[in-house]
Design a protein around this ligand. Sequence first.
Ligand SMILES: Cc1cc2nc3c(=O)[nH]c(=O)nc-3n(C[C@H](O)[C@H](O)[C@H](O)COP(=O)(O)OP(=O)(O)OC[C@H]3O[C@@H](n4cnc5c(N)ncnc54)[C@H](O)[C@@H]3O)c2cc1C
Length: 343
Amino acid sequence: MHYHQIIVGQGLAGSLLAYQLMKLNQQVLVVDNGKVNSSSRIAAGMYTPISGKRMVKSWMVDTLYPELISTYKDLENLLGTSFLNDINIQMSFASIKEQNDFYSALNDKIKPYVITETTPHQGLNAPFGAVEITHSGWLNTLVFLDAFKKYLSNKNSFIQDEFDYDALSYRDNKWHYKNHSANSMVFCQGYQNKNNPYFKHIPVIDNKGDVFKIKTAALNNQKIYKRGAYAVNLFDDVFKVGATYKWDNDNTTPTPQGYEELKDKTDVLIHGNYEVLEHVVGIRPTTKDRRPILGKHEQEHNMYLFNGLGSKGVLIAPYFSKIMADFILNNTVIDKEISTNRF
Ligand SMILES: Cc1cc2nc3c(=O)[nH]c(=O)nc-3n(C[C@H](O)[C@H](O)[C@H](O)COP(=O)(O)OP(=O)(O)OC[C@H]3O[C@@H](n4cnc5c(N)ncnc54)[C@H](O)[C@@H]3O)c2cc1C
């Protein structure tokens, strides 16, 4: 069967791109190996307009946030299920110094996103007080990705398989892959890009993260709770708690060290008892300059890359998948800041 595009990878990058292309009447085929510990499936799915210890406004958030809301809401309607939770983050300070630093950094740029009058939830450890961050929330990535996979499957647009590079060839002005063909190939493989013979020179840097699933009666589903680590409510009294950050480590097997590090963070976050139900690990596809990577192969015909979503895939993917779709269909210019050409 002939498609407009074959997309490799059904994480946030591949899914959002497939969605944007389908909206533009493209017929896509998505190939994904179904690994349960892909970055998108492990992720807590949080988004926030303010990030980092120094509380700076996130890059392009005024553009990215409205696009996030409209895209995931449209997807909820299309897929007939809900996965977007646009709720505040209640964030407590780790020390008096952190509290002071926060208030002295509270400039006009970040004020619209902060509520300073808040009573910390009793299950959040907050000896130095707390604030609330608005325009934030979390995407239940598992629910979204499974619903979208089903949608693609119903349209004969999904294959669960390891992509075989040896089965790919270009002839008669199209790409051939097994018994399929396409005008274009797009690779959205997250950290596994390193195994791609066409794009392995693009520096996607591994950043490993541990996440727990815990059970606790101490917190609730009204807000995301954060103090260094964060907790989002999955259902009943089950929460996802994350995360750790380790550079240049592509081993997805959970380690006792990772467990201890996250346990320490969880102890600091939660005022109350909890039980760890699950410990999993994922690899973020990051870049040195913290910008996504969009581009086209320099020699191969109609071969593209969409990657580098880092630790903010939920916020970044909706807007940049639109840019990527436009680039593939209309050959628009990609800004150097986010282009493969910057490497
Ligand atoms: C612990 C942790 C916590 C995180 N928390 C957040 C958060 O709160 N908020 C946020 O926005 N982001 C978070 N992230 C980051 C987020 O997960 C990423 O930004 C995003 O999911 C990356 O999406 P992706 O589609 O590029 O990559 P991936 O999710 O890795 O998807 C790539 C897909 O391609 C498939 N694939 C690769 N190679 C092949 C092949 N050869 N054949 C077939 N299939 C292939 C993979 O199996 C996978 O399904 C977190 C990440 C981690 C690890």
